[in-house]
Design a protein around this ligand. Structure first.
Ligand code: XMP
Length: 625
């Protein structure tokens, strides 16, 4: 976007609106509904989210419709009350996962519950179709489902089958179509980055089959946001919580474009959950950026520690952190005499979807900027969140459009609750159901691991994950022995598929393993935070020096309070991932010199072990809580 004169007086927002071809994405509450829309927008086709019970009229402007996945089970008739009249419209329809199953059912096919399947599978195309134009006969796709299409109605044919990693069986009807009616269904998720040719498949649908013209661009999006910000804020000031991360910085720049640097107040809160020396660096870079004439700082570490005292449940911790942000914000707003201002937040899309932010989605995690008190402020129209529809890559693209420096845009994402959700807590008791899970898991682990020369056992702590669009709070397995990284990730996938109650696998970087593990009682304390800060600084330093900061998308360092074979302290886990939008992730391999540097963590006093997370998302999430 070209900015003329004073940036906040840019005339861009006043340019006339062009008409764009549009697609509707029906949001059944799957974790990926907005991701579908984003991927379609990346093709420069305007995609809009619609609800399944919207009236037929609402669907008339669209050249095609995509039905998303859902946490509901089509086989059990769940979420069956959607407006099926949509399917009478004479436009192409593509159903994904749940949407695929609903299309199959609607036209006389049958859907049954099957063994759950998460993660990579090989797709084999068995019949040509325009939806697979320029897609090789075999490719990798991403699955996350518990139902499957077992029979097709008249007019429908099977386009592709699939085979899950580590599974001999062939899944039928991985893709289906009725070309005459222009109805398509994929069991897999073409919208996630890990589906190799997913974008091409969506492009085939949007551009070829629906015939949309690619005219929707980021410049256009910026213009629309600027207009929307001016409308919402009017002459009211905006008080933005600026963590210094990519999101809040891009948000600050966009607000300054729309409102000017005088109407914008920035507050950086040191919540005590930041990385080593982070707050000082953030203040320096906000000053350099010069987007606001009103830059404020508050050290609120004591408030956050007090709010977290005694809490071990991840959701309670997240809510306490979110509430404390609001308390600190209110206190500062009053102190600075800014009471009537709007609260600005750099919330991005995954923060809202994983909090159950679309109408039907399961709550995977309550993000710190989606806690009840903020929801109340949102309902009162007192919150402004210009990035809430965007994914990280789009926020970066937006930042680029607004001329922000590249080093700032390429920083790793860091969650608002910071190290607070990377310090796992425990009441010192074995997690509920531990013995029962262990009874099933141990023989199964032996069967999977022993032939490969590996050993493994459950760790007695729980972490958050996401399976078939639902939240899980389950146990990790620690694996020890020698095997090449790619094979270890395959083994991990087999573990999740075979063993109920397990959502993570971690490689023991000491190779020692353990005989006896117990959780130790621990919450968020200053001492634990200081230790985790040091461990995190070692990891960040190692990535920086090896030039891996850009190729690795994010790398949380997590501490688990454990007693292993009589030694009590922190078991530290490093979680390097490749991802593009945080909605899915693959564990990243670290070269030997980086692993050696990271082993320095074992010399920190209080550290009793070190692991490397091998878990894909799903079934794990990127953060452990
Ligand atoms: P998960 O752990 O859900 O994380 O796979 C996806 C991405 O979101 C970040 N994250 C957060 N960001 N507030 C944030 O601003 C939060 O409460 C929060 N929780 C997770 C996480 O670091 C990852 O990049």
């Amino acid at each position: 976007m070209e900015v003329k004169g004073e940036p906040w007086q840019s005339g861009a927002a006043m340019t006339s609106r062009t008409e764009h071809d549009r697609l509707a994405v029906v949001d059944f509450g799957g974790q990926y509904a907005h991701l579908i829309a984003t991927k379609i927008r990346r093709l420069r086709v305007r995609a809009e989210i619609r609800q399944p019970d919207d009236p037929l009229e609402a669907f008339r402007p669209y050249r095609g419709i995509v039905l998303s996945g859902s946490p509901a089970l089509a086989s059990a008739g769940e979420d069956a009350d959607w407006n099926r009249a949509i399917l009478d419209l004479d436009v192409p329809v593509l159903g994904l996962c749940f949407g695929h199953q609903e299309i199959a059912k609607h036209y006389g096919g049958r859907v049954e519950h099957c063994q759950r399947e998460y993660g990579p599978a090989r797709l084999r195309i068995v019949r040509p179709s325009p939806v697979f134009a320029d897609v090789p006969r075999e490719s990798t796709v991403w699955m996350s489902h518990g139902d499957t299409v077992v029979a097709l109605g008249p007019g429908f044919v099977e386009l592709a089958t699939s085979q899950a990693a580590g599974d001999e069986r062939t899944h039928r009807n991985a893709a289906i179509a009725d070309e005459r009616r222009r109805r398509y269904g994929f069991q897999f998720h073409p919208e996630v980055d890990d589906t190799e040719f997913g974008e091409r498949m969506l492009a085939n649908f949007a551009l070829r089959i629906c015939g949309c013209a690619p005219t929707w661009t980021m410049d256009r999006y910026v213009d629309d946001r600027i207009e929307a910000i001016r409308q919402q804020a009017g002459s009211t000031g905006v008080f933005l919580l600026a963590s210094g991360g990519v999101d809040s910085t891009v948000c600050a720049r966009l607000l300054a474009e729309a409102l000017g640097p005088k109407q914008l107040h920035l507050l950086h809160v040191d919540n005590g959950l930041m990385r080593k020396d982070e707050s000082r660096g953030v203040m320096r870079s906000l000053e350099r950026l010069g987007v606001s004439k009103n830059l404020h700082f508050v050290d609120a570490a004591d408030d956050f520690l007090a709010a977290l005292r005694g809490l071990t449940d991840p959701e309670e911790k997240r809510k306490a952190i979110g509430q404390t942000y609001v308390d600190v914000f209110d206190r500062e707003a009053e102190r600075l005499g800014l009471g009537e201002m709007l609260l600005g937040q750099g919330t991005i899309y995954p923060d809202t979807i994983e909090t159950g932010g679309t109408r039907r989605a399961d709550v995977i995690k309550t993000h710190h900027n989606r806690v009840p008190v903020i929801e109340r402020l949102i309902a009162e129209g007192r919150v402004i969140e210009p990035l809430r529809e965007l994914y990280k890559t789009e926020v970066r693209e937006l930042g680029r459009t607004l001329g922000l420096p590249e080093d700032l845009l390429e920083r790793h994402p860091f969650p608002g609750p910071g190290l607070g959700i990377r310090l796992l807590g425990s009441d010192g008791e074995l997690p509920p159901g531990f013995e029962a899970t262990a009874g099933v898991a141990r023989p199964a682990l032996r069967e999977i691991l022993a032939p490969l020369g590996l050993q493994g056992d459950l760790l007695p702590v729980r972490s958050v994950g996401v399976k078939a669009d639902l939240r899980s709070y389950e146990l990790p397995v620690l694996v020890w022995g020698e095997l090449e990284h790619g094979r270890l990730v395959e083994v991990a996938t087999r573990v999740f598929q075979r063993i109920p109650g397990v959502n993570r696998a971690v490689l023991d970087l000491t190779g020692r393993g353990f005989r006896m593990a117990r959780p130790t009682a621990a919450g968020v304390t200053r001492e634990r935070l200081d230790l985790l800060r040091e461990a995190d600084a070692i990891v960040m330093g190692a990535l920086e020096r090896s030039g891996l900061m850009r190729s690795i998308w994010q790398c949380p360092t997590v501490a688990l309070p454990l007693e292993l074979d009589g030694r009590r302290g922190e078991f530290v886990v490093v979680r390097p991932v490749h991802s593009e939008r945080a909605m899915t992730a693959r564990p990243a391999e670290l070269p030997a010199p980086v692993l050696d540097a990271i082993r320095g963590i074992l010399h920190l006093p209080g550290v009793i072990g070190l692991g490397l997370d091998l878990t894909t998302k799903p079934p794990g999430t990127i953060e452990w809580e």
